[in-house]
Write a protein that binds this ligand. Structure first.
Ligand code: ASP
Ligand code: MG
Length: 421
């Protein structure tokens, strides 16, 4: 017997038929003797619809009232799931954010969970009742409803799992796990048995979107074991207790359980970056600061930075990347600061992709980066910028080569599955 938090996303909850399926999956876990709490999202598309209502009502809406509106999607699905479970003969009840309560800071529409009082919830789970909790919502210190930011139900689930000291937090979604790379591009991508929290953070932030990044950070801090698995398998689907999905765990647990893992865990791609180059920047102290200070003040994230070796006359070119959505603002800010920085020309390029190889194995092995550079060179792929961290190497290349690069690197690091998926 274990204590399990199960989380179902919007596509799993979209409509009564699907909610009935979810009820069956939940009941099966309860019937296996586990104590079960379930965190649910709103039906797919509902939160978007509610957000649009607020915008229509007034472009300058009050964020506190926005939260009242958008939190309602999860109230509906939690009640419906409790009804569906009751009709299967299970004991179930919903626990709204204010009832538990889930206390958050009062920054409406992007609140952070501070504490969860899980005493009553735990007692109810111990008595064999299934607890259904609407994700995404909480209550502020002055008693008003709050929401956690889009995609926040993942964070709710991890926070509940930490609060009730669950053995596992199963996140049911429309994919059946985390893959070595995007299986729509690389048919030989493999589903991973385990990924560490750190790796998942890197993979999530570089474009492999399975979980809200914040939820992974919280799971790492609270050491909540997460399983990512599909809610769309048939009745003969393997039991969640056999861990058919991908487990996201601490590095020490991963080392114990997955001796045969590869040096590289996964390869991510991100086409939402753009490249900016300033030419003939003075090669002197303070020059680089004068570029990046105004960008930081405007909260523009800069990722890769390359400063080329000086030209003649003490000048240098500086290249960096930002999210493509920030390109216009970036150009505007730099044009305004032109005299202060003292560059000659400003060039931008959106036809780039960032490819990142991620793996904790890198910490103890040399040669990961050179394998990457060699494999790309052999296929004539030019590298425009490079960044590294302890467990990641990223390169910027021409966007048209992104798919080729993923395939080539997947093979170069020995990640290809025997059979295609
Ligand atoms: N329903 C919310 C959203 O769509 C929260 C979630 O599903 O995670 O963002
Ligand atoms: Mg989600």
């Amino acid at each position: 017997m274990a204590r399990i938090v199960m989380k179902f996303g919007g596509t799993s909850m979209a409509g009564i038929e699907r909610i009935r399926r979810v009820a069956q999956i939940v009941k099966r876990q309860a019937d296996a003797g586990h104590e079960v709490a379930v965190v649910v999202s709103a039906m797919a598309g509902d939160t978007d619809r509610l957000v649009n209502f607020c915008r229509e009502a007034s472009s300058l809406y009050d964020p506190a009232e926005y939260d009242v509106v958008v939190a309602s999607g999860e109230q509906v699905t939690s009640g419906l799931l409790a009804i569906a479970l009751q009709s299967l003969g299970a004991r179930a009840r919903s626990w709204l954010g204010w009832q538990m309560p889930i206390r958050t800071v009062s920054s409406h529409s992007k609140a952070r969970i501070e504490t969860i009082d899980a005493a009553e919830l735990t007692a109810s789970m111990e008595s064999g009742e299934i607890a259904i909790i609407p994700g995404f919502q909480g209550i502020s210190e002055n008693g008003r409803i709050t929401t956690l930011g889009r995609g926040g139900s993942d964070t709710s689930a991890v926070a509940i799992a930490a609060a009730v000291k669950a053995d596992r937090c199963d996140i049911y979604t429309d994919v059946d796990g985390v893959y070595t790379t995007d299986p729509r591009i690389v048919t030989r991508a493999r589903k991973l048995k385990t990924v560490t929290f750190e790796e998942m953070l890197e993979l999530a932030s570089v474009g492999a979107k399975v979980l809200q990044t914040r939820s992974v950070g919280l799971a790492m801090k609270e050491n909540v074991r997460i399983q990512v698995l599909s809610s769309f398998n048939g009745d003969d689907a393997p039991c969640a207790d056999d861990l058919p999905g991908t487990m996201i765990v601490s590095e020490s647990e991963m080392e114990k359980n997955d001796m045969e893992r590869q040096l590289i865990t996964g390869i991510a791609h991100d086409k939402n970056e753009c490249k900016v180059t300033l030419t003939r920047v003075p090669d002197k102290p303070g020059a680089v600061a004068s570029i990046f200070e105004p960008l930081a003040e405007a909260a523009i994230n800069v990722d890769m930075i390359v400063q080329n070796v000086g030209r003649e006359k003490g000048e240098t070119d500086v290249t960096f990347t930002t999210p493509a959505s920030d390109l216009d603002r970036t150009m505007q800010i730099l044009e305004k600061a032109r005299d202060q920085i003292g560059y000659n020309r400003i060039l931008s390029d959106t036809n780039v992709a960032k490819i990142s190889v991620v793996g904790v194995g890198m910490k103890s092995h040399a040669g990961v980066a050179s394998t990457m550079f060699k494999a790309l060179a052999e296929r004539g792929v030019n590298i425009q910028a490079i960044t590294t961290s302890e467990i990641k190497v990223s390169v910027l290349i021409e966007a048209d080569y992104a798919e080729l690069a993923l395939r080539v690197l997947h093979t170069a690091y020995g990640l290809d599955a025997e059979e295609t998926v």
